[in-house]
Design a protein around this ligand. Structure first.
Ligand SMILES: [Zn+2]
Length: 203
């Protein structure tokens, strides 16, 4: 996106989160500034906010679990929310959902380990939304390979410094982004790093 057309261009600190509304036609770009850093993304349709990003609908309508340029993220009611219009990485995740304190207690035995769900709850609170409203996320730059035998794992991201993904809003939406704080598995390759966020001006 050209600088002149940007409404916002900022750095999202490691483990930080942000929520923004996008008008139909606006673009959101997420850049992996240093490489191997995941951004969890959730989306709500405006104005009612009750129809949300729905991974199973999105997988069925795209016919894949690996999403890249040209694929569309759909809501529970099969409304197009975001289209991926640019992607220099080519590997993202739609199966893992978001890290959270409860699953990290179960899988790693740690207490109150802040995750993307806790980040989302804070970020969407100003819109009157709470934890039960948080849908499964689309995880930008997260690398979870599915093997032919069905086995699944979290691997280090394939993204390198400067890789980016750009979404175009297909409806008026609320988007929340969590700069994933997961440091207990290979999700972020062992180090939490900043992300670049750019939003195009409304038309
Ligand atoms: Zn996370």
């Amino acid at each position: 996106m050209t600088t002149a057309a940007l409404a916002e261009d900022f750095v999202l600190a490691p483990a930080g989160a942000v929520a923004r509304t996008l008008r139909r036609g606006q673009s959101l770009q997420i850049t992996d500034l240093e490489g191997q850093q995941v951004a969890d993304v959730i989306v709500f349709a405006l104005p009612e906010l009750s129809d949300r990003l729905w991974p199973s609908t999105t997988i069925r309508l795209n016919g894949t679990v690996y999403f890249t340029t040209g694929h569309v993220l759909y809501s529970e009611l099969s409304r197009p929310l975001l289209t991926i219009v640019e992607d220099t990485c080519g590997r993202h995740d739609m199966l893992a959902g978001s890290c959270n304190a409860e699953i990290d207690k179960v899988r790693y035995g740690v207490d109150e380990h802040r995750g993307c769900v806790e980040n989302f709850v804070e970020a969407i609170a100003p819109w009157g939304l709470a934890r039960p409203d948080v849908p499964m996320s689309f995880n930008v730059f997260m690398n979870c390979p599915v093997q032919p035998d069905g086995s699944w794992s979290i691997a280090e991201p394939a993204s390198r410094a400067g890789d980016y993904i750009t979404f175009r809003a297909e409806a008026d939406v609320l988007v929340a982004i969590s700069n994933c704080p997961q440091d207990l598995n290979p999700c972020n390759a062992g180090e939490l790093k900043p992300l670049g966020i750019a939003i195009s001006a409304a038309r």
